[in-house]
Ligand binder design. Structure first.
Ligand code: ZN
Length: 221
């Protein structure tokens, strides 16, 4: 009896499961590859992970995993609460798999406004790509909360909000492709301000990578 219980417990522990819904992945081809972070097909469908609207060019090139609404929004909020969870790591991994970057691309996380309790997600997302990343951006000053501002107000609020850190980042190649990283892209005003600061410092910023992008109608465009 005890043996049977132990065996059952052991089976549970080693059984591959979906990092989002915890459903068993036994018999699933993904499980055989030992991909601990591969979500099940049902979760990919239900959350629309990488299914549509995953890239665009306005107001700068952006790549994402989905639209910040409905089920996916709930999932992103859950990840913001527990960024280092298996779910968080799985979704970040999925983003990296969905948008492979050219070799030599350098990732630049966008720093938070808050010094205390700053948002760890941009750094974690950058790390998930397994490519070099650097905190090249610094906040020049604290900005106002952006939530209630429209796009042009945000641009004004953000003007001069960032600057590029000086050396030891001087080792960045002049033509090296830089990608900004943030968790959620709303109007893109923050990313644009960050891009402008880096461009002025002579860097070549290609675009921004984020977990989710707010729906177009809420972008104030
Ligand atoms: Zn699942």
């Amino acid at each position: 009896m005890l043996d049977a219980l132990l065996q059952a417990a052991q089976a549970l522990l080693i059984q591959p499961s979906c990092p989002i819904c915890r459903a068993s992945l036994e018999g699933n081809p993904a499980a055989k590859t030992g991909a601990e972070l591969q979500p099940c097909g049902l979760c990919i469908e239900a959350y629309g992970l990488g299914q549509s609207n995953t890239s665009g060019n306005e107001p700068l090139p952006w790549k994402t995993l989905g639209t910040y609404q409905g089920e996916f929004r709930q999932l992103v909020l859950q990840i913001k609460q527990q960024p280092q969870s298996r779910t968080g790591r799985a979704v970040i991994q999925l983003l990296a798999n969905h948008h492979p970057l050219p070799q030599g691309a350098l990732l630049v996380p966008i720093p938070s406004w808050k010094k205390k309790r700053s948002n760890p997600l941009p750094k974690l997302i950058a790390a998930g790509f397994g490519q070099p990343s650097t905190m090249l951006l610094q906040r020049t000053r604290a900005g106002l909360s952006q939530h209630h501002l429209n796009r042009s107000m945000r641009m004004h609020n953000l003007h001069g909000a960032f600057h590029a850190a000086p050396a030891p980042h001087a080792s960045i190649q002049p033509k090296q492709e830089l990608w900004l990283v943030d968790d959620i892209l709303t109007t893109g005003a923050t990313a644009l301000a960050a891009k402008n600061a880096l461009t002025q410092a002579g860097h070549r910023v290609h675009g921004v990578i984020c977990l989710a992008r707010t729906p177009a109608r809420r972008n104030g465009r």
